[in-house]
Design a protein around this ligand. Structure first.
Ligand code: ADP
Length: 683
């Protein structure tokens, strides 16, 4: 193929000259020439004939001189080889041209053999560069690719980091159910009749938990690989959601959480993917229950909206559609504003402190969000710390999938939703007013902790501290009913824990069992002002531990009897009991000194005594079996009874004098407390 060369010169003779000098090459088909008499023409020809690679260009031309043209040509494509032609001696122009990217230069009058050589040289260079560029284009690593690779490497690194964190979390998540399963199998072998029912339930529950974890990991993997597709059926979604919520009842009941369901219509027929919807809603519900303290409420709200009410388009067809909103609300701990943007991130946990170590993997919400997106929906959260959270979901309503009259998802749901055990007590649970007594384990060896958990989790609600200091902190914060502590521990040993807690008003009443290795601990015990309530030598039998703990709880009940009459109890020989007597006396004193002040309530008493509400609540509950408000009322009523017996005030007067604003109410609670109306005492 002929090489195309463009000659740009305002001298018309130039064309003749070139055609004459190159006639042989032209005839042979080696070269083809194009001619332009000014810059504009040149640019036009270049545009029309992109095969042109070589230009011969005069510098001195009217309108657009050669230098300006060179600039424009170079801007068009960097491969053009431009040979500049100028008058001999015009070195300034030549330098400018060379600096502007000209390939070479010739002087007038043109020496044609030199021109031929120069053109040949330019062609060679052009071809060399063209081949280089072609090769570069085929090479996978261009500069851009390099940058992309770099970015990919960074992303992979980040993913790797997250994955390894995830694996740490998830192995922890695996260990606990496995320990329970293993421990229970031991128990079953040792005592089949006793453990058959309970043991197999626990094994089932924990196996289920493992299975669920595995499924979550698999789902995540499939999502990543883009293998998870919606599998829609058309059915009544209200029935599905109601059934799903129902299956959370036993889990909610364990925490005394009320579940509420509300829907804008009794039935909504639409396409949905039961399996994915199950996972989405279950994740949100179990989080809501997990992060809501006792006595709270979790609700599921379903609404259908017409497309006209809010602009809503089906993401697939872009048509206007009706849509479904599902809101999962709780009255729980809420999420701090600054954490909201992160909670849908994989592996993110708002509170990754030690207490909640091993609980949750932080993949629940990211999986939820990805599944919601897969189904063409959206999710967002509103939350206020201390008040609660609401997760809002929105899905387009379509009705194109196969109609299913009696969808058989109930079994799937039943298998999926299982109450989770207390093997990993959440901090929320710890604040609970549970029926089970709350026991704090202070132990640094996780194997022993796990053994203790398997021994105790059925009878007690458990709190775990990993060293002596953490144990003291948790005891002061949560005021448990019982403490089982190891002796040998880093930071603070069991004796120090005992000493500290027994000296503190908030925790002095809590029975402590020290787990000791058989070494000579007796010398140390004798040195203690107030030791533990029981000592148990390692290795101990489960039965032995359970009996000890039971006995200590019974002792506490005797203490409750001591304070329940409201009379000042007879002085005790036991210094421990005397300490509690003093505490109760202080409380009584505080209430009695504000007897006619009806505004003196829980908060005021806490302030007066210098304990937090929950500290006083648990301490008082342990000593008297009464809550703070009920205890205050009890002291008031007792004073009222004394006055009824000893003074001539009217019943109404006595009601006011003891802090009751409403004499009718006073009479009612008085009757309830003492089994007789106040009037009965007056005869
Ligand atoms: P995890 O397995 O840790 O529960 P998730 O992805 O399900 O992981 O949740 C991430 C974090 O978001 C949780 O650890 C928790 O801190 C916070 N969170 C999720 N749901 C709620 C809720 N209803 N109330 C308060 N915090 C929540």
């Amino acid at each position: 193929m002929a090489e195309k060369i463009l000659i740009v010169d305002d001298e018309k003779s130039m064309q003749e000259l070139i055609e004459l000098r190159f006639r042989r090459e032209i005839r042979k088909g080696e070269y083809e020439f194009r001619f332009a008499q000014n810059g504009m023409q040149a640019l036009q020809i270049l545009e029309e004939e992109p095969e042109i690679g070589i230009l011969l260009c005069d510098i001195n031309m009217p309108e657009m001189n050669g230098l300006l043209l060179l600039e424009k040509i170079k801007a068009l494509h960097h491969l053009y080889k431009v040979i500049m032609v100028t008058a001999y001696g015009n070195m300034g122009n030549i330098r400018s041209a060379m600096n502007g990217g000209a390939f070479d230069f010739l002087t007038k009058p043109i020496d044609f053999s030199d021109l031929k050589l120069t053109v040949g040289k330019a062609l060679k260079e052009l071809h060399r560069q063209q081949e280089g560029e072609d090769a570069l284009r085929q090479l996978p690593i261009t500069e851009l690719a390099l940058e992309e690779t770099d970015q990919k490497a960074r992303q992979l690194e980040e993913l790797d980091r997250m994955k390894s964190r995830f694996f740490t979390n998830i192995s922890h998540e695996f260990r606990t159910p496995l320990t329970v399963i293993k421990g229970m199998i031991d128990q079953l072998q040792a005592n089949p009749t006793k453990w058959l029912e309970k043991g197999s339930q626990m094994i089932k529950r924990n196996t289920h938990q493992l299975l669920d974890l595995v499924n979550q990991v698999l789902d995540l993997r499939k999502l990543e690989a883009g293998q998870l597709r919606p599998r829609l059926i058309q059915a009544d979604i209200i029935f599905f959601l109601r059934y799903l919520l129902e299956s959370f009842h036993s889990l909610a009941e364990m925490k005394e959480i009320e579940l509420k369901f509300s829907a804008s219509s009794p039935e909504i027929q639409m396409d949905y993917d039961p399996e994915k919807m199950l996972r989405i809603i279950s994740n949100l519900l179990s989080n809501a229950i997990k992060f809501t303290p006792e006595g709270g409420r979790v609700s599921l709200l379903v609404r259908e909206f017409e497309s006209s009410q809010v602009e809503s388009r089906n993401p697939r067809t872009h048509e206007l559609t009706n849509y479904l909103t599902i809101s999962v609300s709780d009255t729980g701990i809420g999420i701090p504003k600054e954490n909201i943007p992160n909670i849908f991130d994989r592996f993110y946990q708002v509170d990754d402190s030690a207490i909640r170590e091993g609980e949750g993997t932080g993949i629940g919400l990211s999986l939820t969000q990805e599944l919601v997106r897969l189904l063409g929906g959206s999710i967002h959260v509103e939350s206020e710390p201390g008040k609660g959270s609401t997760f809002h979901l929105q899905f387009p309503i379509t009705k194109t999938a196969q109609l299913q009259e009696n969808p058989t998802f109930t079994e799937t749901i039943d298998n999926f939703v299982m109450p989770v055990g207390t093997a990993n007590p959440s901090p929320q649970k710890l604040h609970s007013e549970e029926n089970l007594p709350r026991l704090l384990i202070i132990e640094d060896s996780s194997d022993v902790v796990e053994y203790l958990i398997s021994c105790l989790e059925e009878q007690y609600e458990l709190l775990i501290a990993r060293n002596g200091q953490e144990g003291i902190d948790m005891a002061l914060e949560h005021i448990p009913d019982l403490i089982v502590s190891d002796v040998m521990m880093p930071q603070k040993d069991g004796f120090e824990v005992c000493q500290t807690l027994k000296l503190d008003d908030k925790t002095s009443h809590i029975p402590i069992v020290l787990l000791t290795a058989k070494a000579d601990y007796e010398s140390r015990i004798t040195g203690l002002k107030r030791g533990a309530d029981a000592y148990l030598a390692k290795p101990f039998e489960q039965e032995e531990l359970l009996i000890r703990l039971q006995k200590l709880l019974e002792l506490r009940q005797r203490l409750q009897a001591r304070y329940s009459s409201g009379e000042t109890p007879p002085p005790s020989d036991d210094p421990a009991t005397r300490q509690e007597d003093e505490f109760i006396a202080r409380l009584r004193q505080a209430v009695e000194s504000h007897l006619d002040d009806s505004t003196f309530g829980t908060l005021e008493l806490c302030q007066h005594i210098g304990l937090s509400r929950s500290q006083l609540y648990y301490k008082l509950k342990a000593l008297t079996g009464r809550s703070i408000a009920i205890y205050i009322r009890f002291v008031r009523l007792q004073k009222a009874r004394e006055m009824l017996n000893a003074t001539s005030h009217t019943i109404s007067e006595i009601a006011y004098l003891t802090g009751f604003n409403d004499p009718n109410y006073f009479s009612r609670v008085f009757s309830k407390e003492f089994g007789m109306a106040p009037g009965a005492l007056r005869g």
